[in-house]
Ligand binder design. Structure first.
Ligand code: B12
Ligand code: SF4
Length: 511
């Protein structure tokens, strides 16, 4: 059987797709992938591939693209369509909102192979664990299988699936993942929902063996340029014993610079030294809010200011750059608190920062809290969650916060810029102010590229493709057909909202 993945833009090579491609190929099937914004005649190309199954892997912010594309494909091709990834897992009702035939909840390694095998043998396809099926318009739900915990026995991820796009494969920065699950419960995070979906289905936090993790890196190094690794584990610093075993082996057998996302409380001096010694050149972690009360009481991130101050001190001492994630416009937080967050980043010495307006993912605890606070309509649901959500999020300082989110990097870095920005945001609707903010926002690209070690020619080629694709998406967002997506409620000002979100997309970055 031939499986075809479709992706919206070339922002990333998805590790989930690599994993699934490895599985289906090892089971004797073929696997291909097309990126819409990179193809002149996308729909024609799809039909040329002659796939037996078309697959989509998407996050919530891509739901509108996915649903629109599925509907368009459905009009012209009879090929079955399977959706999976974070969004379908968290919102399985998506199957009823679009014209896909199957939806996979959670880990797709086993379900996708089982579905293809059954299709190949003409078997029953509506009773596969993890896979919801649509039969004659009726949705059939199936149970969830146990969480995976046997990577040593699974086929290697297959990155050749992106072979049509050499500018992605040539990028010396590559992502890896060594663990699954997280020990924490931040209130805005999808992990809490995931934990519930898998409750009683095995150990939640799992890690690949040291041997398997190293083998995956070696496999990539033997096939593609590899100069820098970034681990996308939710929290790479969990499980100190595993790290004590892994990092020396990594240093000896790979020895390339690496970065990862961590939990700041784990970074005592021993850990920081160990990281530095094995080639760590950057860490990312969430600050979310510079206000301790919000961070600990509303975000449920039980990390007091002093933990950040002490442990960031070690990172500064050993010269490990760090990049923080921040949310502005959280429930109860306006412009003043956003400045506090920027100041806190300056205080801990953050090398660079990323910030975005609060995006309320329906079903999370923080979104429920925002609803209780009257920040969201009482019928707020995922159907409203699209590229431009801000028309439906009520925030009295939204214009000021939008300007601030564009300029956050520099506000957090320089006190003089904070003063300037306090002056500028008095006129948040002024076109010149908006223009300046957008100009400042470009700094984001530079600091991301620097942080992730892609300030080189291959990085330029990659960013050029990404810019082109963002422009293509901007045109796509202005496409009136976007107004008619079946199953989605109409949004009042979708086109302009789309434009705001595209602007916001420029801050998606690399982690
Ligand atoms: C790396 C990463 C990114 C990368 C790459 C994304 C990617 N799709 O690979 C980048 C930088 C692009 C990114 C961006 C964003 N991200 Co992100 N990202 C992650 C991260 C840390 C790891 C993803 C990963 O590689 N996992 C490892 C692989 C193996 O697992 P997987 O992708 O889930 O795939 C498995 C299953 O989901 C399933 N599966 C996946 N696809 C499919 C498809 C089919 C057909 C089937 C059958 C199964 C299947 O099978 C796979 C193997 O088990 C996750 C956190 C996490 N733990 O998942 C957040 C996460 C996915 N991101 C998140 C968010 C919020 C964002 C941003 C909105 C952040 C921002 N403020 O800009 C943007 C959105 C980008 C956009 N334009 O829409 C949220 C998503 C929440 C949601 N409801 O959508 C997550 C879950 C973080 C969190 N804890 O909340 N992200
Ligand atoms: S630490 Fe990260 S993955 Fe874990 S709950 Fe918090 S945001 Fe989610």
């Amino acid at each position: 059987m031939k499986l075809l993945f479709l992706q919206e833009n070339p922002m990333y090579e998805a590790l989930g797709i690599h994993a699934l491609a490895g599985m289906v190929k090892a089971a004797g099937h073929e696997c291909d992938l097309l990126i819409q914004s990179e193809e002149k005649d996308f729909y024609h190309k799809i039909s040329e591939v002659k796939a037996d199954l078309i697959a989509f892997s998407f996050m919530t912010r891509q739901q509108e693209w996915a649903i629109h594309t599925i509907d368009k494909i459905r009009k012209h091709l009879g090929v079955p369509i399977l959706i999976g990834g974070t969004h379908p897992t968290m919102y399985p009702e998506t199957l009823g909102h679009c014209q896909a035939d199957y939806l996979c909840i959670g880990e797709g390694e086993m379900p996708i192979v089982e579905l293809l095998n059954r299709m190949a043998s003409g078997g029953q396809t509506d009773n596969i664990p993890n896979v919801h099926a649509k039969v004659n318009g009726e949705l059939i739900k199936n149970e969830i299988r146990e969480l995976l915990n046997n990577w040593d026995e699974l086929p290697m991820p297959d990155r050749t699936v992106y072979k049509r796009y050499p500018f992605l494969q040539e990028l010396p920065l590559k992502r890896f993942i060594t663990s699954f699950g997280c020990a924490y419960k931040c209130s805005f995070c999808y992990i809490n929902n995931y934990r519930e979906i898998y409750s009683g289905k095995g150990k939640f936090f799992r890690r690949k063996s040291v041997e398997r993790s190293i083998r995956e890196i070696k496999d990539v190094r033997s096939k593609y340029p590899l100069g820098r690794l970034h681990y996308v584990d939710d929290i790479f610093s969990l499980d100190r014993n595993w790290l004590r075993e892994y990092l020396p082996v990594y240093k000896r057998e790979i020895g390339l610079p690496w970065s990862a996302n961590i939990w700041i409380d784990h970074m005592n001096e021993e850990m920081v030294k160990m990281f530095k010694d094995s080639g760590c050149v950057g860490l990312t972690f969430g600050v979310e809010s510079g206000n301790e009360k919000t961070r600990m009481g509303i975000i449920d991130k039980l990390l007091p200011d002093k933990t950040y101050i002490t442990n960031c001190g070690y990172l500064l001492k050993y010269g490990i750059p760090f990049h923080t994630g921040n949310i502005i416009g959280l429930p109860g937080e306006g412009v003043d608190k956003a400045f506090e967050t920027a100041q806190f980043n300056r205080k801990i010495g953050a090398t660079s920062t990323r910030s975005g307006l609060f995006w309320p993912f329906p079903g999370t605890q923080l979104t429920t809290y925002a609803m209780e606070q009257g920040m969201l309509a009482s019928d707020y649901s995922v159907e409203y969650f699209n590229r431009g959500i801000y028309p439906v999020v009520k925030h009295k300082e939204v214009d000021e916060l939008t300007i601030m989110s564009n300029m956050f990097q520099l506000i957090a870095k320089y006190e003089w810029f904070e003063k300037l920005s306090r002056f500028l945001i008095r006129w948040p609707k002024n076109s010149l102010v908006k223009f300046i903010a957008k100009l400042v926002d470009q700094w984001f690209w530079f600091s991301e590229a620097k942080f992730f070690g892609v300030l080189n020619w291959k990085g330029v080629v990659y960013y050029w493709h990404l810019r082109q694709s963002l422009n293509a998406m901007r045109r796509h967002a202005a496409d009136p057909q976007f107004e008619d997506i079946s199953g989605l409620k109409q949004r009042p000002s979708l086109v302009s909202a789309g434009a705001t979100a595209i602007q916001d997309k420029t801050r998606d970055g690399i982690t």
